[in-house]
Design a protein around this ligand. Sequence first.
Ligand code: FSX
Ligand code: SF4
Ligand code: F3S
Length: 384
Amino acid sequence: MNETIFDLETATDAGVAGRLGISRREFLKFCAATAATLGLPASAEAAIAKAMESAQRPSVIWLQFQECTGCSESLLRAEHPTIDKLILDVISLDYHETLFAAAGHQAEAARKAAMKAHKGKYVLVVEGAIPVKEKGIYCKIGGQTAVDMLKECAADAAAVIAIGSCASWGGMPATDPNPTGASSVAEILGKTVVTIPGCPPNPYNFLATVVHFLTFKSLPAVDQLGRPLFAYSRLIHEHCERRAHFDAGRFAIEFGDEGHRKGYCLYKLGCKGPETYANCPTIGFNDLGEVSWPVGCGHPCIGCTEKGVGFTKPIHQLATLKSVEPPLFYPRIVEGQGAISLGGAALLAGVAGAAAGAVVVMSKKLGKDDQGKGGKSDKARDES
Ligand code: FSX
Ligand code: SF4
Ligand code: F3S
């Protein structure tokens, strides 16, 4: 079960393609893009490729509690490589209720067998919140409460990853008044675990975390909430493609108005980008190009990665500006632009420029140039 993935030095192109369903060149691009996503220097690409070739496939036990399966669905939409390849060739997915062919006692037996065979070595991934009210009766699998199953599985895990906002901090199930006492993995286990929040989370952040574990035998550096710094250390507002409109005071006021159609900033529609830490604008979803994220599609960010913002603050309430102040006056969108002073514009341009230069856009590295027709720039959208 825990054989190596393959040896790139001896593997033929056909062999690599056969194992991962992608070409050798695409595999190396994946390693380069993952290194970039992790914020590692180019030299790390070789280490990642080496680890990916030769690492022992870690046994992964994936639990699902109070959730919508969006986390798994999101992962199924990852294309480089696809999750089915990842499941079969990079990790050994020994228990996943949705993807398992087995059911009932057979599935539970498989989980126990994997836990025994890989004691102290398996990675435990948890999707969904864990209800604690009424002794945890609101979520049971095979007659066992989610609380008990999580504690049992975590006891002998080498690493625990909470995927999605539900597992990370309670997410939607914990919305006030939280009738089931939905809790996070960290609350149940009483310790910080790696969290990949988002509803759903971005699959590349999970893939990059797993690759980091395979390459360096450790999980990536995290913030005080357990979020990997490579993905959650910057505000969405810092990298948003509509940021220039914010700085210039150009806002959509209503859905479908002229500003909205022109791709102006969604701050006045309640966008929580200014108080939400995540890499959504730079990484995108579903490999569909740079517009493939909430704001890119014309909807304000609801702060789904941020405890105390997503599912807590009303969607259209103005966001708290964590790192920048807005201009004092906003022009009406039907008027000419330019309500900001030259000095202010220079300062803000500097902030935006530094931010834009600080990130490598993974999706671009992952063959979007091959796909070519992914997204439109603001300018192109404005002109269409
Ligand atoms: Fe759903 Fe996951 Fe949201 Fe929660 O993602 S997409 S409700 S974070 O646990 O399945
Ligand atoms: Fe982008 Fe939202 Fe910030 Fe506007 S407020 S620049 S839409 S993140
Ligand atoms: Fe969520 Fe906002 Fe990103 S809603 S997916 S954190 S843009």
